[in-house]
Write a protein that binds this ligand. Structure first.
Ligand code: ASP
Ligand code: MG
Length: 426
């Protein structure tokens, strides 16, 4: 019997028409067992983050106003979708928001990460509540389930680690049986700690949730519904001439997301790969398009893929006494990167210096540099671009390096990384 997980992200439910479109995809899915994983409406997670920072900065009225706007926005969509039948939906949305209103009435006394998760997680609750109510309204037999009862995590708020064996057990015991009778609607991105506080799995983490749920129910496929036709070989934001990739191996999908391709959340693939479950990326705007299938077969990509990261800083770190960089230095350097939570996008070691490219996050980087400078000489260069090319060839390298000055070039068998600066800005 076919069993699937469909994940609908924020862009698919950006307004009432979005919900109608998602409703029609689900109604026509014709899959005997279907689990829906939904994330917050379009920009809502960002807006909830603003509520948290206003609250933290003691601007309680600003925080309350922002929350009020979020509330009205959801009420309007509920009203538009359900009209006069929407009163119990509005009650449910109000109840979810009351918890956040209560938090804003207390002083900001817990850790910011904890407060963040208690507030930001409501975005997923709101959108999935609307989706479930709307589906019932159009005659689809659905049941809403709180993902926090299933996805159990540690209390590493904002980036919680999933307790997989417990989550899997709970999903199999309590959620799986529901699929015989209903389409289940639940949330991505959120979970709960052993004390039952809300946790989140990291921004854009809903894809990962979908993979976890699918693995636990032994599903046959996950489909991530997006506003792009599938996985592309480059981000259209940086490249004119993008091409769709019809089939992709797990390995390539992991590599591409590792280097920064944003179409699939990096943690998503592993749980699927472990069980050989295929992942489809399809367009919710055009159901006639086949999309991309990510699966186990090792099909090398037919075309090079490009991943751009702008706003890079190159740090060159060398011992103060001109000695060689040895393992001990590297381990010290890495532990400082870890301490400041700065992730390395690419690196190169030579005898006398260690070069690293990182995202320019001014506060974090300045603190890191201060710490590094206690032990090393540090030079840095800002405003750089990092291009990663998977399945590169000479022509593609030449094409992206026109008018660029290359500061770092790293090649392995399949992947080439170039850290560059525009010639005119040197
Ligand atoms: N709503 C969350 C975010 O925007 C999770 C997700 O969309 O996957 O990051
Ligand atoms: Mg999102």
């Amino acid at each position: 019997m076919q069993k699937a997980v469909y994940k609908f992200g924020g862009a698919s439910v950006k307004d009432a028409d979005g919900f109608r479109n998602v409703g029609s995809i689900i109604k026509n899915a014709n899959i005997p067992q279907l689990l829906i994983v939904n994330s917050a409406i379009a920009d809502i997670t960002n807006q909830l983050e603003k509520v948290v920072s206003a609250f933290k900065n003691d601007q309680i009225e600003v925080a309350q106003e922002l929350l009020q706007k979020i509330k009205i926005f959801h009420f309007n969509i509920a009203q538009e979708l359900l009209g006069e039948n929407g009163s119990s939906l509005i009650d449910n949305l109000s109840n979810a928001l009351v918890e956040v209103e209560w938090i804003l009435e207390e002083p900001f006394q817990d850790s910011e990460d904890y407060i963040y998760d208690q507030i930001v997680s409501v975005g997923e609750i709101l959108s999935s509540t609307i989706l479930a109510a709307y589906l019932n309204h159009i005659g689809v037999n659905v049941i809403w389930q709180d993902a926090r009862n299933y996805i159990k995590t540690d209390n590493n708020y904002q980036n919680a680690n999933v307790n997989w064996s417990l989550s899997c057990y709970l999903i199999q015991k309590d959620l799986q049986p529901l699929l015989d009778k209903y389409i289940v609607v639940t949330q991505g991105f959120i979970g709960s700690s052993s004390e039952n506080f809300s946790t989140t799995l990291g921004r854009e983490g809903s894809d990962y949730s979908a993979a976890l749920f699918c693995s636990a129910i032994d599903g046959d496929q996950v489909t991530i519904w997006k506003d792009v036709p599938g996985v592309l070989n480059a981000d259209p934001k940086w490249f004119d001439d993008t091409k769709e990739i019809p089939e992709l191996s797990y390995q390539d999908a992991i590599e591409l997301s590792y280097y920064g391709a944003t179409v699939i959340h990096p943690k998503t693939i592993k749980p699927l790969q472990n069980k050989g479950i295929p992942l489809y990326v399809r367009s919710f705007k055009d159901l006639t398009l086949p999309g991309t299938k990510v699966q186990k077969d090792q099909i090398p990509l037919p075309i090079p893929s490009f991943i751009f990261k702008v706003n890079q800083v190159l740090l060159s770190i060398s011992p103060k006494d001109f000695s060689f960089i040895i393992e001990e230095n590297l381990s010290q350097i890495f532990s400082l990167f870890h301490k400041h939570q700065v992730s390395v996008n690419t690196m190169l070691n030579s005898a006398l210096s260690f070069s690293v490219s990182v995202d320019d996050h001014p506060t974090k980087i300045n603190l890191l540099i201060e710490d590094l400078k206690l032990l090393y000489k540090v030079k840095y260069n800002k405003g750089l671009e990092l291009v990663t090319i998977r399945y590169y060839d000479k022509a593609t390298v030449d094409r992206v390096t026109v008018d660029k000055n290359i500061l770092l070039e790293i090649k392995s068998r399949y992947t080439c990384q170039l850290l560059m600066k525009n010639n005119d800005s040197l």
